[in-house]
Design a protein around this ligand. Structure first.
Ligand SMILES: *Cc1c(COP(=O)(O)O)cnc(C)c1O
Length: 348
């Protein structure tokens, strides 16, 4: 049988041979003592790349956001966040459960932003009735969408003027930066730094498009990271010879940023291939995620379609609205095979 084309998520990638080799030869120490030279090097590397004073290597994006929210907020504080943001909707309510920090979710605009009016209206006055509004948390990319740079600048400026800190869940920051670089004619590294520079803290996943097996990085100023370090310990995220994982992150930041543009190209190729098929409504992708709505009679056939694709070695997710994510382990042939199979499914 042909190779599996796994389009469920960009988290499914296997470390490349070169990445495994970097992991195997990484110098290690006990990171709970601060002794792991590879973890320290990774943390310094992301600081240099994004322009922050300090950074912390954490096991997951979820823990990174938790450490961030609990470092910005105290018990009884609240953070303003989008309804569909990962750190509101997809993290088990961790900030509320572990930190007694209440979310103030807002409806997104069609482009994924939160309107400045809505943000401003959600900031509570200093009054005993209300939780203390402390933080604005944005996400970029959000559902594969790039937040406009001008919006990010305005929203974080508003937060600052109102005395709020700002956090970016940049799980896919480098996908956002890749998309933005196309618009500005700049490069992914400069755009990542420009986006990140608007925020007090930024979380980045190494285990998605960057292709590392495990890990995220939280960045901020020294005081913030020192608080986050304590919370990471409480959350059970203090890891010992973690350099074996950090080495994969260093390799990814050195070698996998520029290749993200190729993932975006494959997403576009998939969308182009599907857009004229009857029963499908394809959202033009801005990064590496393609959403496809099944409409009309096709609507009830999403489970059947996914089963059909699975039997042929193509994996995707969704109900009514299917999601296809491109990454390091997908190539042109795989995308073309997916397109051909979906076309054949709807012919029958
Ligand atoms: C995946 C993701 C996370 C969480 O990362 P995990 O490593 O899976 O915990 C957080 N935010 C966003 C936007 C994500 O896509």
């Amino acid at each position: 049988m042909a190779q599996i084309v796994d389009l469920r998520s960009d988290t499914v990638t296997q470390p490349t041979a070169a990445m495994r080799s970097a992991m195997a030869s990484a110098p290690l120490g006990d990171d709970v003592f601060g002794d792991d030279p590879t973890v320290n090097a990774l943390q310094e590397k992301i600081c240099g790349l994004l322009g922050f004073e300090a950074a912390l290597f954490v096991p997951s994006g979820t823990q990174s956001n938790l450490c961030a929210i609990l470092s910005h907020c105290q018990r009884g504080d609240e953070y303003i966040v989008g309804q569909f943001a990962h750190c509101y909707r997809w993290e088990g309510g961790g900030a509320a459960v572990f930190g007694s920090v209440q979310p103030q979710p807002l409806q997104h605009q069609a482009d994924g932003t939160l309107s400045l009016e809505d943000i401003e209206a959600a900031i509570k006055p200093d009054d005993a009735h209300f939780a203390r509004t402390r933080l604005l948390a944005l996400e970029n990319t959000l559902g594969g969408k790039l937040l406009p740079q001008s919006y990010i600048e305005q929203a974080t400026r508003l937060a600052k003027d109102c005395g709020l800190a700002s956090h970016l869940d940049g799980a896919r920051l480098f996908n956002g930066a890749t998309a933005q670089a196309v618009l500005t004619g700049s490069d992914v590294r400069k755009e990542a730094r420009r986006i990140a520079g608007c925020f007090d803290s930024v979380s980045v996943c190494l285990s998605k498009g960057l292709g590392a097996p495990v890990g995220s990085l939280l960045c901020g100023n020294r005081e913030f990271i020192s608080r986050a370090h304590r919370i990471r310990k409480m959350a059970g995220g203090g890891m010992r010879q973690a350099g074996v994982l950090a080495a994969a992150g260093i390799h990814a930041l050195d070698h996998h940023l520029e290749r993200l543009a190729g993932d975006h190209g494959l997403a576009k190729r998939l969308a182009e291939g599907l857009k004229d098929l009857p029963g499908l409504q394809v959202e033009a992708p801005q990064s590496n995620i393609v959403f496809v709505d099944l409409i009309g009679e096709a609507r009830e056939r999403s489970t059947e379609l996914l089963e059909y694709l699975k039997a042929a070695g193509i994996l995707a997710t969704g109900l009514y609205r299917l999601r296809f994510v491109t990454h390091l382990d997908v190539d042109t042939a795989g995308i073309d095979r997916a397109v051909a199979l979906i076309a054949r499914f709807f012919k029958n």
